[in-house]
Design a protein around this ligand. Structure first.
Ligand code: PLP
Length: 389
């Protein structure tokens, strides 16, 4: 008969002591102290008038950060992948032709979800780190004439930023809806939903918004909503059905699920912090930190993975691992000696890049300086002999 092993160590049953980390990875990013304070407030029920007041304030603040007038702008109780599943499951039905731009891991996830919802997926692919030109995007869409187009704005697996204007223009010319993944970009660099012409966009709470993971901001254009109304079958996902969630959060406030007041408080505070700073100033702060980072990286004789500066994500930097250096050793030293978390590459970029996030509270000159000091020392410890920074 199977037995359950007794725990070997005695647990401290009263309190936990998580290690203090500096989150310089691709996400979660560092959480602002005011967000932690907001999370310590007493919860109210998910149908309390105060909960809906907070939810409404979040909706207003989210519209600003997304750069949209879309009424349907609210939070999905899930991580970024839940935002993705909401976007895909509501607009892809069996037989829907989906044109997927594929230049990284999260583009692949969009395509896989579309397939699972019965979509007929056609792909245009590029190596991880490259982006699609306006002409390539338009040609692909005009050739395939899809009903839905998917792309990832800031591809966290590679560090590449894919502009959406040409994709949206071509998609609308053939009558398609555009689904954009803004998981890494929202709150750190311009997303501009309405100006770009994106129909459905989703994000997460744990990167550019400086909150813990657990919520997925979503925005849906009136055009996409019209499309949704014409659906003849209900969404096969009950939890991610936009009409049901909108009924709860926007219209009748009827129970759909038990949303976390704690996480809503967190996001309300994270968005208020952005509003107080000013969105453009926040973008500028992330841009400046990124440029300082690149300069220091190049001074050290290292190379960025994304060749063109215009195609680099400001809050997620990918640096090539220099010849002969074991990236895992560098990451382990940073974690052990400095409490600094960064990430390596995976898939085709495994062992080839470091992924360094400069998000929210860590997107400052001091933070870049501190990180580069520790990074150089960890690289030297792993045998890097390049230029002295
Ligand atoms: C671009 C992108 N899309 C989607 C996701 C999935 O988000 P989550 O891990 O919050 O489910 C991530 C996560 O890092 C991401 O970077």
């Amino acid at each position: 008969m199977a037995t359950v092993a007794e725990p070997t160590a005695v647990m401290d049953q009263t309190v936990i002591h998580p290690p203090k980390r500096l989150l310089y990875g691709p996400g979660p990013g560092q959480v602002h102290p005011r967000v932690y304070q907001a999370m310590a407030q007493p919860i109210v029920g998910h149908l309390d008038a105060y909960f809906f007041q907070i939810s409404n304030e979040i909706q207003q603040l989210l519209r600003k950060v997304f750069g949209t007038k879309n009424e349907m702008t609210f939070l999905i109780s899930a991580t970024g992948s839940g935002g993705m599943e909401t976007a895909i499951s509501n607009f892809v039905t069996p037989g829907t032709k989906v044109a997927s731009f594929g230049n990284g891991y999260f583009c692949d996830r969009q395509a896989e979800m579309a397939r699972r919802h019965g979509g007929n997926v056609v792909r245009l692919e590029k190596p991880w780190g490259e982006v699609f030109s306006d002409e390539e995007a338009a040609n692909f869409i005009h050739l395939e004439k899809p009903q839905v187009v998917t792309y990832v704005h800031a591809e966290t697996s590679s560090g590449a930023l894919q502009k959406g204007d040409a994709i949206c223009k071509a998609a609308h010319e053939v009558g398609a809806l555009v689904v954009a993944d803004c998981v890494t970009s929202l709150g750190a660099l311009p997303v501009e939903i309405d100006k770009t012409g994106i129909d459905i966009a989703y994000s997460c709470s744990q990167k550019g918004l400086s909150c813990p993971p657990g919520l997925a901001p979503l925005t849906v254009s009136p055009r996409a909503l019209e499309h949704l109304k014409s659906r003849t079958t209900p969404n096969s996902s009950w939890y991610f059905d936009i009409s049901l969630i909108a009924d709860y959060l926007v219209h009748s406030h009827r129970y759909h699920h038990t949303a976390s007041a704690t996480m809503f408080y967190a996001l309300r505070e994270g968005l208020a912090l952005i509003d107080e700073e000013g969105l453009e100033k926040r973008w500028e702060r992330h841009h400046k930190a990124h440029l300082e980072f690149v300069k220091k990286v190049e001074t050290l004789g290292l190379e960025m993975h994304v060749p063109s500066p215009a195609n680099r994500i400001w809050n997620l930097n990918t640096v090539k691992v220099p010849q002969g250096v074991d990236d895992a050793k560098v990451r382990a030293t940073l974690l052990k000696e400095e409490g600094i978390e960064i990430a390596g590459g995976f898939g085709p970029l495994a062992g080839k890049i470091f992924r360094v996030g400069l998000m929210g509270p860590l997107a400052t000159s001091e933070s870049v300086h501190h990180f580069m000091h520790c990074f150089e020392s960890a690289l030297r410890g792993a045998g890097y002999k390049g230029r002295i920074g």
